[in-house]
Design a protein around this ligand. Structure first.
Ligand code: PLP
Length: 411
């Protein structure tokens, strides 16, 4: 047909070239394919509490339902006042007595806020210090914003804590921000005061913005002490990220916030840029904003889950104990969050490509975990397992992993 012209195909922007988010990449697609074939897959790959029977307290769902009528229109782009005052009071109760609703910005989950905070900050080539392993959105969103993710390596032999000296050695004149993920996904580490203070001090001395992702702040075990980084200084510009997805188990609501603290008068221009981006997306999902006040007030049963005897506590104990029984598996017990990040001894398991390895595990055992490199980890000998399934499901899944590893050793 002479009227048909030859056009080029539609292709993705080159700015996506180095952007990765492998936790939902090829492994998840392979799992979906196996499910279409009729296989039941045990999903130990995503920290999504509700499908594992961790439902939100009724009061949270009720707050959303009963406000639906008033939630039909857009809200202010910063978020509704009743939610922002609740978040401000939440930080006041943690020692930030000056926290004010004006310092709180609501978003469609922490995810959206991470992207906007970095988009507003970074010029091409600017560097952001991010832990390895990390929650990979931090690296992906930095790259997408034109920045460069510079990873500081957390030390597996020292409770997966970062080494402040190493962080400082990676500061350059292009470094704009220091990211803290505490409690950490994927390692489960909860950082002690000395390390957090040293990190705050690095931000102070090098004029870095401190970006503290604390979405797991209420999920800590035993006597691990959670310290909000913002409470450690009043002279370091700090953005604290948290939200409803984990503690309040409504990840599907897409509801999170940032709290801006420290010398905010030095960040006026930056905040104007961030506000512009917030305006351009109108506002966060309004029905879910109405859930925030109900979530943050009152007893919300997370304590019952993390205390000895609670589901999260017991499941983490089970997973830790069973993984350690497998030959050549080392694992650090999580002090917080919802994950374990075991190491497979490379002498026993000489894995060349950890993504292929977990895909093989998936095909053989129908168990889905995430490979270590998906979290920007530096070797092929780690994987992340979610401790959300019930004890019996975990026992079954880890037995499958053990069987797969035994075959691998024998092969
Ligand atoms: N930050 C960390 C460390 C996470 O693990 C997650 C989700 O797994 C998020 C942020 C994203 O949370 P949200 O559901 O609020 O977007």
């Amino acid at each position: 047909n002479s009227r048909m012209q030859e056009f080029e195909d539609f292709t993705q922007s080159p700015k996506l070239q180095d952007v990765r988010y492998d936790v939902r990449g090829p492994i998840a697609q392979e799992a979906a394919r196996l499910e279409r074939e009729g296989h039941a897959i045990t999903r130990l790959n995503i920290g999504n509490p509700a499908p594992f029977g961790f439902e939100a307290p009724d009061s949270i769902r009720m707050a959303m339902i009963s406000n639906l009528h008033d939630a039909q229109g857009y809200s202010d782009s910063q978020g509704i006042y009743s939610a922002r005052i609740a978040v401000a009071q939440y930080y006041q109760a943690r020692g930030m007595t000056d926290a004010d609703p004006a310092d709180i910005y609501l978003g469609n989950g922490v995810s959206e806020l991470i992207s906007m905070v970095l988009q507003a900050l970074l010029a091409p080539g600017d560097e952001v210090l991010i832990p390895a392993p990390d929650y990979p959105l931090w690296t992906g969103a930095t790259t997408l914003a034109g920045g460069r993710a510079v990873h500081y390596i957390c030390d597996e032999d020292n409770s997966w804590w970062p080494d402040p000296a190493e962080i400082e050695s990676k500061v350059t004149d292009r470094t704009k921000a220091l990211v803290i993920i505490n409690p950490n996904n994927p390692t489960g580490a909860v950082y002690p005061r000395e390390i957090l203070e040293a990190m705050v001090d690095i931000a102070r001395r090098h004029n870095l913005m401190l970006l503290s992702d604390e979405i797991y702040e209420n999920i800590t075990f035993d006597d691990a002490e959670m310290i909000n980084a913002c409470t450690l200084s009043d002279d370091v510009f700090t953005i604290t990220f948290s939200g409803l997805s984990k503690t309040w188990r409504v990840a599907g609501f897409r509801s999170g916030w940032i709290y801006v603290s420290g010398p905010t008068h030095r960040a006026k221009n930056y905040m104007e840029g961030l506000t512009l981006l917030m305006n351009m997306r109108m506002c966060a999902n309004v029905p879910a904003q109405h859930a925030i006040q109900a979530a943050l007030g009152g007893h919300q049963s997370i304590q019952d889950l993390i205390d000895p005897g609670g589901r999260l506590f017991e499941q983490r104990e089970t997973a830790y104990r069973l993984l350690r029984e497998i030959e050549g598996v080392q694992v650090h017990q999580a002090d917080g969050a919802l994950y374990l990040f075991p190491r497979l001894d490379p002498e026993i398991y000489p894995i060349e490509n950890d993504e292929k390895f977990v895909i093989e595990l998936l095909r053989q055992q129908k168990i889905l975990v995430s490979h270590g490199r998906a979290f920007n980890w530096i070797d092929d000998n780690h994987f992340r397992l979610v401790t959300l399934p019930g004890v019996e499901d975990l026992e079954h899944a880890i037995a499958g992993i053990a069987e797969f590893l035994a075959d691998y050793r024998d092969a």
